[in-house]
Design a protein around this ligand. Structure first.
Ligand code: URA
Length: 230
Protein backbone atom coordinates (compact mmCIF):
# COMPACT_ATOMS: atom_id res chain seq x y z
CA UNK A 1 0.00 0.00 0.00
CA UNK A 2 1.26 3.54 -0.70
CA UNK A 3 2.55 5.39 2.32
CA UNK A 4 0.01 8.27 2.29
CA UNK A 5 -2.90 5.77 2.25
CA UNK A 6 -1.32 3.69 4.99
CA UNK A 7 -1.05 6.79 7.22
CA UNK A 8 -4.47 8.23 6.35
CA UNK A 9 -6.08 4.87 7.21
CA UNK A 10 -4.89 5.27 10.79
CA UNK A 11 -7.35 6.98 13.14
CA UNK A 12 -4.65 9.45 14.24
CA UNK A 13 -4.24 11.31 10.93
CA UNK A 14 -6.40 12.84 8.22
CA UNK A 15 -5.16 13.41 4.66
CA UNK A 16 -4.04 16.95 5.32
CA UNK A 17 -2.05 15.92 8.37
CA UNK A 18 -0.47 13.11 6.34
CA UNK A 19 0.63 15.56 3.65
CA UNK A 20 2.18 17.77 6.32
CA UNK A 21 3.95 14.89 8.08
CA UNK A 22 5.51 13.85 4.80
CA UNK A 23 6.60 17.35 3.79
CA UNK A 24 8.13 17.83 7.23
CA UNK A 25 9.99 14.52 6.75
CA UNK A 26 8.69 13.20 10.06
CA UNK A 27 7.89 9.77 8.60
CA UNK A 28 10.51 7.03 8.53
CA UNK A 29 10.19 3.74 6.67
CA UNK A 30 12.72 1.10 7.63
CA UNK A 31 14.72 3.75 9.46
CA UNK A 32 14.91 6.19 6.53
CA UNK A 33 12.99 9.50 6.47
CA UNK A 34 10.82 9.84 3.39
CA UNK A 35 8.59 12.54 1.92
CA UNK A 36 7.32 10.32 -0.91
CA UNK A 37 3.55 9.65 -0.60
CA UNK A 38 3.91 6.74 -3.04
CA UNK A 39 6.57 4.95 -1.01
CA UNK A 40 5.48 1.30 -0.79
CA UNK A 41 4.52 0.07 2.68
CA UNK A 42 4.57 -3.69 3.00
CA UNK A 43 3.89 -6.09 5.83
CA UNK A 44 7.69 -6.22 6.28
CA UNK A 45 8.12 -2.43 6.51
CA UNK A 46 8.83 -0.69 9.80
CA UNK A 47 6.94 2.64 9.87
CA UNK A 48 7.54 5.42 12.38
CA UNK A 49 6.24 8.98 12.81
CA UNK A 50 8.55 11.04 14.99
CA UNK A 51 9.38 8.54 17.73
CA UNK A 52 6.08 6.58 17.45
CA UNK A 53 6.23 3.12 15.98
CA UNK A 54 3.13 2.57 13.80
CA UNK A 55 4.06 -0.82 12.35
CA UNK A 56 6.95 -2.98 13.51
CA UNK A 57 7.22 -5.00 10.30
CA UNK A 58 7.44 -8.76 10.12
CA UNK A 59 10.86 -10.20 9.28
CA UNK A 60 10.92 -11.24 5.63
CA UNK A 61 12.55 -14.60 4.96
CA UNK A 62 14.01 -15.91 1.71
CA UNK A 63 15.66 -19.33 1.66
CA UNK A 64 17.16 -21.65 -0.93
CA UNK A 65 16.95 -25.35 -0.23
CA UNK A 66 18.65 -28.22 -2.04
CA UNK A 67 15.59 -30.43 -2.34
CA UNK A 68 16.46 -34.11 -2.04
CA UNK A 69 14.52 -36.95 -3.64
CA UNK A 70 11.57 -38.43 -1.79
CA UNK A 71 9.95 -35.39 -0.27
CA UNK A 72 6.90 -33.38 -1.18
CA UNK A 73 6.98 -29.72 -2.23
CA UNK A 74 4.16 -28.81 0.13
CA UNK A 75 3.89 -27.26 3.54
CA UNK A 76 2.05 -30.32 4.90
CA UNK A 77 1.31 -33.83 3.72
CA UNK A 78 -0.50 -36.63 5.54
CA UNK A 79 1.84 -39.33 4.24
CA UNK A 80 5.24 -38.05 3.21
CA UNK A 81 8.02 -35.88 4.52
CA UNK A 82 7.71 -32.33 3.21
CA UNK A 83 10.41 -29.83 2.33
CA UNK A 84 9.43 -27.83 5.42
CA UNK A 85 10.38 -30.83 7.59
CA UNK A 86 13.96 -30.18 6.46
CA UNK A 87 13.99 -26.76 8.14
CA UNK A 88 14.30 -26.00 11.86
CA UNK A 89 10.87 -25.42 13.46
CA UNK A 90 11.54 -21.73 14.17
CA UNK A 91 12.08 -21.02 10.45
CA UNK A 92 9.07 -22.91 9.09
CA UNK A 93 6.49 -20.47 10.29
CA UNK A 94 4.49 -18.89 7.44
CA UNK A 95 6.87 -19.98 4.67
CA UNK A 96 5.57 -21.01 1.28
CA UNK A 97 7.21 -22.49 -1.80
CA UNK A 98 7.95 -20.39 -4.88
CA UNK A 99 7.82 -22.98 -7.67
CA UNK A 100 7.25 -26.59 -6.68
CA UNK A 101 9.24 -29.66 -7.69
CA UNK A 102 7.96 -33.23 -8.05
CA UNK A 103 8.52 -35.84 -5.32
CA UNK A 104 11.70 -37.23 -6.89
CA UNK A 105 12.99 -34.05 -8.53
CA UNK A 106 16.05 -32.61 -6.81
CA UNK A 107 17.68 -29.21 -6.79
CA UNK A 108 16.88 -25.57 -6.25
CA UNK A 109 13.76 -24.80 -4.25
CA UNK A 110 12.97 -21.29 -3.02
CA UNK A 111 10.94 -20.64 0.12
CA UNK A 112 9.72 -17.30 1.43
CA UNK A 113 7.04 -15.58 3.49
CA UNK A 114 6.94 -12.70 0.98
CA UNK A 115 3.95 -13.34 -1.28
CA UNK A 116 4.68 -10.39 -3.52
CA UNK A 117 8.21 -11.63 -4.21
CA UNK A 118 7.13 -15.21 -4.91
CA UNK A 119 4.35 -14.02 -7.23
CA UNK A 120 6.87 -12.01 -9.22
CA UNK A 121 9.03 -15.11 -9.45
CA UNK A 122 6.32 -17.51 -10.56
CA UNK A 123 3.83 -15.46 -12.59
CA UNK A 124 3.97 -16.39 -16.30
CA UNK A 125 4.52 -12.75 -17.37
CA UNK A 126 7.93 -12.76 -15.67
CA UNK A 127 9.14 -15.49 -18.07
CA UNK A 128 11.78 -16.49 -15.56
CA UNK A 129 14.15 -19.06 -17.08
CA UNK A 130 14.30 -22.28 -15.06
CA UNK A 131 17.17 -24.58 -15.89
CA UNK A 132 16.89 -28.37 -15.43
CA UNK A 133 19.44 -31.14 -15.83
CA UNK A 134 17.54 -34.09 -17.29
CA UNK A 135 18.43 -37.80 -17.49
CA UNK A 136 16.27 -39.99 -19.69
CA UNK A 137 15.64 -43.67 -20.16
CA UNK A 138 16.18 -43.62 -23.94
CA UNK A 139 18.49 -41.65 -26.20
CA UNK A 140 17.66 -38.02 -26.78
CA UNK A 141 17.24 -37.29 -30.49
CA UNK A 142 18.74 -34.19 -32.12
CA UNK A 143 15.24 -33.41 -33.47
CA UNK A 144 13.98 -32.76 -29.90
CA UNK A 145 15.79 -29.40 -30.02
CA UNK A 146 13.56 -27.94 -32.73
CA UNK A 147 10.38 -29.44 -31.31
CA UNK A 148 11.05 -27.95 -27.88
CA UNK A 149 11.95 -24.58 -29.42
CA UNK A 150 8.75 -24.56 -31.50
CA UNK A 151 6.60 -25.56 -28.51
CA UNK A 152 4.43 -28.57 -27.73
CA UNK A 153 0.66 -28.68 -27.54
CA UNK A 154 -0.63 -29.59 -24.06
CA UNK A 155 -4.21 -30.73 -24.58
CA UNK A 156 -5.20 -30.59 -20.91
CA UNK A 157 -4.43 -26.86 -20.65
CA UNK A 158 -5.19 -26.27 -24.36
CA UNK A 159 -1.96 -24.35 -24.90
CA UNK A 160 1.33 -24.54 -26.71
CA UNK A 161 4.41 -24.36 -24.53
CA UNK A 162 6.71 -21.35 -24.80
CA UNK A 163 9.96 -21.81 -26.73
CA UNK A 164 12.36 -23.92 -24.67
CA UNK A 165 16.08 -24.41 -25.13
CA UNK A 166 17.49 -27.91 -25.11
CA UNK A 167 21.24 -28.51 -24.90
CA UNK A 168 22.10 -32.16 -25.41
CA UNK A 169 24.96 -33.13 -23.10
CA UNK A 170 25.13 -36.86 -23.73
CA UNK A 171 23.09 -39.71 -25.23
CA UNK A 172 20.64 -39.65 -22.30
CA UNK A 173 21.45 -36.34 -20.67
CA UNK A 174 20.45 -32.77 -21.45
CA UNK A 175 20.00 -29.32 -20.00
CA UNK A 176 16.56 -27.81 -20.58
CA UNK A 177 15.62 -24.16 -20.05
CA UNK A 178 11.93 -23.35 -19.81
CA UNK A 179 10.29 -20.01 -19.06
CA UNK A 180 7.04 -21.33 -17.62
CA UNK A 181 6.13 -23.92 -15.03
CA UNK A 182 3.29 -26.14 -16.17
CA UNK A 183 2.35 -29.25 -14.22
CA UNK A 184 5.04 -31.94 -14.78
CA UNK A 185 6.21 -29.82 -17.70
CA UNK A 186 9.63 -31.37 -18.30
CA UNK A 187 8.37 -34.95 -18.02
CA UNK A 188 5.50 -34.20 -20.39
CA UNK A 189 7.84 -32.59 -22.93
CA UNK A 190 10.05 -35.68 -23.04
CA UNK A 191 6.91 -37.80 -22.83
CA UNK A 192 5.96 -36.40 -26.23
CA UNK A 193 8.74 -38.65 -27.57
CA UNK A 194 7.80 -41.54 -25.24
CA UNK A 195 11.10 -40.92 -23.50
CA UNK A 196 10.84 -41.29 -19.75
CA UNK A 197 12.63 -38.82 -17.48
CA UNK A 198 14.54 -40.87 -14.91
CA UNK A 199 16.41 -38.01 -13.23
CA UNK A 200 15.48 -34.35 -12.91
CA UNK A 201 17.43 -31.65 -11.12
CA UNK A 202 16.74 -27.89 -11.07
CA UNK A 203 19.96 -25.91 -11.33
CA UNK A 204 18.66 -22.35 -11.35
CA UNK A 205 15.70 -20.00 -11.40
CA UNK A 206 16.55 -16.75 -13.16
CA UNK A 207 19.76 -15.38 -11.66
CA UNK A 208 19.48 -17.60 -8.57
CA UNK A 209 21.65 -20.71 -8.88
CA UNK A 210 21.67 -23.64 -6.52
CA UNK A 211 24.66 -23.14 -4.24
CA UNK A 212 27.12 -25.98 -5.03
CA UNK A 213 28.07 -25.97 -1.34
CA UNK A 214 24.58 -27.11 -0.31
CA UNK A 215 24.24 -30.88 0.13
CA UNK A 216 20.81 -32.43 -0.59
CA UNK A 217 18.52 -31.41 2.28
CA UNK A 218 20.62 -28.37 3.24
CA UNK A 219 19.47 -24.75 2.98
CA UNK A 220 20.72 -21.21 3.36
CA UNK A 221 19.31 -17.68 3.38
CA UNK A 222 19.38 -15.85 0.05
CA UNK A 223 21.78 -12.93 -0.23
CA UNK A 224 20.50 -9.38 -0.78
CA UNK A 225 21.68 -9.61 -4.39
CA UNK A 226 19.77 -12.86 -4.96
CA UNK A 227 16.57 -11.41 -3.48
CA UNK A 228 16.91 -8.26 -5.57
CA UNK A 229 17.63 -10.25 -8.74
CA UNK A 230 13.97 -11.34 -8.99
N1 URA B 1 8.96 -30.47 -14.59
C1 URA B 1 8.64 -31.69 -14.12
O1 URA B 1 8.16 -32.52 -14.87
N2 URA B 1 8.85 -31.94 -12.82
C2 URA B 1 9.41 -31.06 -11.96
O2 URA B 1 9.60 -31.36 -10.79
C3 URA B 1 9.75 -29.79 -12.47
C4 URA B 1 9.52 -29.52 -13.79
Amino acid sequence: MRLDRFLANLPAYNRQQVRLLLVQRRVRVDGVATADPLHEVREFSRVEVDEHLLQAGRPARYLMLHKPQGCVSATRDPEHRTVLDLLPAELRDDLHIAGRLDFNTTGLLLLTNDGQWSRRLTQPATKLPKVYRVHTEDEIGAHYVDTFREGLYFAFEDLTTQPAQLDILGPREARLTIIEGRYHQVKRMFGHFQNKVVGLHRESMGAIELDPGLAPGAFRALSREEIAAV
